[in-house]
Design a protein around this ligand. Sequence first.
Ligand code: SAM
Length: 220
Amino acid sequence: MPLLKLEDTYLHKGKRKALVAALRKKGIKSERVLHAINTLPRHFFFDSALISHAYEDKAFPIGEGQTISQPYTVAFQTELLDIKEGDKVLEIGTGSGYQASILHLLGAEVYTIEYQKKLFETTQKFLKRLGIDMHLFYGDGSAGLSQHAPYDKILVTAGAPVIPDALIQQLKVGGILVIPVGDRSLQTMVRITKTGPSKVEREEFDGFAFVPLLGKDGWR
Ligand code: SAM
């Protein structure tokens, strides 16, 4: 459960600044992304028992066997998406809502879907309390969210066995999909840019470990 009292102290701000410096050293270049990470209190999204770890560059449990992604991974995926003010973005795997809130801070209109009901309900309540306005859905997002397509950007925050075709179909021409693909323990980050109605460009970046994307077009 997130903290009852949402306090962002000088200590938190100092730790956040140090985290941002560490991310810069690890190769994150987008000043907009670094600014968003410096602005959003990551500890708000933590269970109170783990709060002292919120500014470590690590993934942590958020309940239901799921995790809040490592800050480096959040920064890396967000940088690959190249979010522009007003972009319509679909995130698959809401989890704690932290990544979705970073997208929101960057000016995106965020659609996000979560498969674990309890997590969905907790995060929905929490984001409402934070006053962060986005479109939240409960269900299997492995085949996207066709009723609100097309999207400028699609982000998958769980590891997929293959790239679901439906996600490419739900992208606008010029749109970007970022998705970790691989086996259950290790994935390659893939960025797909849709350059024409049936044309894509593919780039790959190695060495990521996500919880599995479950569901119809994910792991069963
Ligand atoms: N973006 C999250 C955050 O900021 O906390 C981290 C997400 S966690 C690494 C991956 C999330 O994907 C989990 O919450 C998991 O339940 C969710 N997930 C897995 N398969 C899914 C599916 N088919 N549809 C929607 N969400 C899914």
